[in-house]
Write a protein that binds this ligand. Sequence first.
Ligand code: CO
Ligand code: CO
Length: 273
Amino acid sequence: MLVSSKEIIQKAYDGGYAVGAFNVSNLETLKAVIQAAEAKHSPVILATTETIIAYAGLPYIFALLKSAADLASVPVAIHLDHGKSLETIKKCLDVGYTSVMIDGSAFSTPENISLTKTAVQLAGAKNVPVEGEIGKLGAESANFADPIEAKDFAEETGVDFLAPAIGSSHGIEIDEKLDLDLLARIREQVKIPLVLHGASGVSNDDLKRAIKSGIAKINIHTDIRITFINGLKEGIAKFPSTDDHREILKISMAKVQQVVENKIELFGSSGKI
Ligand code: CO
Ligand code: CO
């Protein structure tokens, strides 16, 4: 069933586990994520970026996600990942997303606050929760979120969830390390659920510790893309002369489902419906 992200993320935050937000980009990745969540009896967040919206077209991708959510036996939220403009936010709110992220991390903090505040007002009118981001992702500690700035940001903007930069990167970098001390200090200051981006390259140990320190939503994107492509390669090698592409896509789907099931176990959301 389609639910608000607020409902499942707050429950995860209170319960000391995290809900996975998995980026989907086609029928196969979508079905893989839903089947994994159903197999694990876990709530799940379907995430789409502006890039996939541009690729598929908003009405197409939303119709697919909405059908999946309606038919699913577990709670499913539909989330805009890294909304860069209020235009995108408005379009996603109009079509029926159940949470949106406004990513003002490219701007100065005052500009990020002002942009995020407007997004919160727009989404608030539809009772849709908003995720904000502070600091810049990557290993450069000068760009990490500052605890006091994070607290001010959360209070001034009224966001429901906050993604602080604490050392992870989009994509998979070698030896990504989270600054878990910093995360603990942020949690002392910020009293809303925290979100981890760029989690594909973070070790399982760090992820577990991060969840203990208030990370209640974890984004997984790169792992799905790599796994999907590996499945295609395997499928083409296995069925070199097939005229049925679905034989190949099924292999990708099964592999992505397995990866998502493993993440769900790791995040602790298994059985939490
Ligand atoms: Co079952
Ligand atoms: Co991200």
